[in-house]
Design a protein around this ligand. Structure first.
Ligand code: ACM
Length: 677
């Protein structure tokens, strides 16, 4: 009997994973749904396509998403759909059914089912948000042949693994206008992300209009901030996409901008506070020993909090080194009086006061993981960003969940570190940690973080996308959906879908290159961007001192992106060639060498300026190396002299050029070793 049961169980799982793998070869859904089966149907997309919304109330959310769905579908297919708005006719070709309007909380249901038959498409959901998640899936199922466009026939049952699937955008270091935020919200919704964490204040700017404290926009910004009307507009826009907005006001550290406006709240007497122009961790800190600080924050939060209907309110709390606290005698006395032994204890005292203020405003305090101390009330939400800390047995995420806190993970999803998509995709928020049901429930989910020290509206999309689409899959899909090659295949399609939504990650490369070359032919430069990546993990801006907020971010490194396409393809081709020296594998490598040899001829035709001239050694050394290796590949041998020459060239090419690295050098070395006698 046991054997029969195990055969059935094995058979069942075998079937599920088999069908999943098979279908993810065929379809390019991202995030991959929880359950999907293929039917032998196809739904033809023609001008007669209509949508009927069968909801409890006519909701703005489903209505708007349906209208956008029709526009996006028409744009994608070129079909002149007759009915550009949802119809009242119950016999419509697409029927959307849902029971209730979501109030957008961490408890809200986002599940849906989608069924595509020859003549009818049905989306069923508990809430309107579930319904719009289903519409996004449907758009990813558009396919075509010579005769026309159609939806693939499938049946899907889907729901998220985590209730909190976020993207944080820092608008303090570099302000991002409303249009940038809105296009990124559209992109977030397209991959089913549901939390926009808006990092609104930092040393470099306070980006929200305050009518009570007008110096916050007069002094604490460079004139770039959101009016309260703009904030309401963005929050409404996000809500219509089923996205919650969690604001962050970073205190008591990261407070240079606030203190430039209101120095009397600072911890160091006589200090010349000013809005910070560099990146890094700075000393200006609010004074936790003064009642006026709490009065200021209570008044400010009372004014600002109602703009954000979400229950969660992020107070930052990160990277306060307490240097100015140590230098202030009154603060030292305050610590003694309140039995606060360390600055950490003092910050917890400050946080507890804030927690009470926020509670009165109906808000739950959230903060970066520095706020996790023994006396922090478990009503606080811990945002884990530093991973495993000294003295802790496990990451702050797990530690916090085990101690009774709700918690969200960002460690592993710092997309501003410009690392590869697979690096982030392979980070599972929970991994193999064994948790009780309650502990698991307290792990709300995770967020990718887009810190903006090195990005402007011109480049931010290329630092967020397409990698965040793969991260969104990690947050939504089953943990077992983890085949990197398959993800890469699907991401290649999704990256163009993001472009359809107005995301500029692909097209702005050309814009920057035209600027670099002063409007000359950009082909040679573009070829170089396809094998170079910006320096990673903050090494582009060591110590935060090379780039100021107003430095140019229109350089070669800004045109380059993580996951450089040709580099990925070349590195793969080297691995294939070394495993099997077939003619076909050899031809692939030779095609790359020819590309780089010819590219240098094109490069030489550019009338150089200092921005392009720095790239000359990269272009010429690469061409020289390519011609030697090409000859070596064809003849099957390399003289000792040429071997040494190539090694020397690789060593030169390994050094950063124009804040980028050539990401094919380690594979070039592997190829070279192949010739070692
Ligand atoms: C952080 O990255 N300082 C939260």
């Amino acid at each position: 009997m046991k054997k029969i049961i195990s055969i059935i169980i094995f058979g069942l799982f075998g079937y599920v994973s088999f069908s999943q793998n098979k279908l993810s070869d065929t379809f390019n859904l991202m995030p991959w749904p929880q359950e999907i089966t293929k039917s032998n149907t196809t739904f033809k997309i023609d001008e007669k396509l209509t949508i009927f919304i069968n909801g409890k109330d006519a909701t703005e959310r489903v209505n708007k998403s349906s209208v956008q769905f029709l526009r996006r579908l028409a744009n994608k297919t070129g079909v002149f759909i007759d009915e550009g708005f949802p119809t009242k006719n119950k016999n419509a070709s697409i029927e959307i059914n849902f029971h209730s309007v979501s109030n957008l909380t961490t408890e809200s249901d986002e599940s849906y089912s989608l069924n595509i038959d020859d003549n009818k498409i049905t989306i069923n959901a508990k809430t309107d948000v579930g319904a719009i998640r289903g519409l996004e899936t449907l758009l990813q199922l558009v396919n075509f042949n010579k005769k026309g466009y159609y939806f693939e026939g499938v049946s899907i049952t889907d729901f998220p693994r985590f209730v909190w699937r976020g993207l944080m955008i820092d608008v303090a270091r570099h302000f991002q206008p409303v249009a940038v935020i809105k296009r990124n919200l559209d992109a977030m919704a397209s991959v089913k992300l549901n939390v926009f964490h808006w990092h609104l204040t930092d040393d470099q700017g306070f980006r929200v209009e305050s009518k009570v404290f007008p110096r916050l926009q007069e002094v604490a910004t460079d004139g770039l901030f959101y009016t309260q009307e703009q904030i309401k507009d963005v929050v409404k826009y996000a809500s219509n996409l089923g996205i919650r907005v969690v604001p962050e006001f970073d205190v008591p550290g990261h407070a240079s901008a606030i203190l430039a406006a209101y120095p009397e709240l600072g911890s160091k007497e006589g200090y010349e506070y000013s809005v910070e122009r560099f990146s890094g961790v700075f000393h200006p800190t609010l004074n936790p020993a003064k009642e006026v600080t709490y009065l200021f924050l209570e008044t400010l939060f009372t004014e600002i909090a109602p703009l954000f209907p979400d229950e969660y309110f992020h107070i930052g709390g990160d990277e306060n080194e307490g240097k100015h606290w140590d230098e202030n005698i009154e603060i030292q006395e305050f610590k003694k009086k309140h039995n606060l032994n360390t600055n950490h204890d003092l910050q917890t005292f400050f946080n507890i006061k804030l927690e009470k203020i926020l509670k009165k405003l109906g808000k739950k305090l959230m903060g970066w993981d520095e706020i996790l101390t023994p006396s922090t009330p478990t009503t606080a939400v811990i945002h884990s960003w530093r991973g495993k800390q000294e003295g802790l047995k496990q990451s702050t995420l797990i530690e916090a969940a085990k101690k009774g806190y709700q918690t969200v993970l960002s460690n592993g999803y710092y997309i501003d570190r410009v690392q590869s998509v697979e690096k982030h995709y392979n980070v599972d928020p929970i991994g193999n940690t064994v948790l009780t049901k309650e502990e698991r429930k307290r792990i709300l989910g995770a967020e990718a973080t887009m810190w903006s020290e090195l990005v402007t509206p011109l480049t931010i999309d290329s630092r967020i996308w397409p990698r965040t689409a793969a991260i969104a899959e990690r947050f939504w899909s089953n943990k077992k959906v983890n085949d990197v090659n398959n993800m890469q295949k699907r991401l290649k399609v999704v990256t163009f879908q993001l472009e359809e939504l107005g995301i500029t990650h692909l097209k702005n490369k050309d814009v920057i290159l035209r600027n670099i070359s002063n409007s000359q032919d950009i082909h040679a430069l573009k070829t170089l961007t396809n094998i170079c990546e910006p320096l990673k993990i903050y090494s582009r801006n060591k110590g935060g001192t090379e780039y100021k907020t107003f430095s140019p971010f229109t350089l070669f490194a800004d045109a380059c992106t993580p996951d450089a396409t040709d580099a990925k393809a070349f590195n793969k081709a080297v691995v294939s060639f070394l495993a099997n020296k077939s003619k076909e594998n050899q031809t692939k490598l030779i095609a790359f060498f020819d590309l780089w040899i010819n590219n240098h001829t094109k490069f030489q035709k550019i009338n150089n300026n200092p921005k392009t001239d720095v790239l000359e050694p990269l272009s010429s050394n690469l061409a020289l190396l390519s011609s030697i290796l090409k000859t070596g590949l064809i003849s099957g041998k390399l003289s000792t002299n040429n071997y040494k020459k190539v090694l020397k060239l690789i060593n030169k090419l390994e050094k950063p050029i124009a804040d980028t690295e050539l990401v094919i050098t380690s594979k070039l070395k592997k190829l070279l070793v192949n010739y070692k006698k």
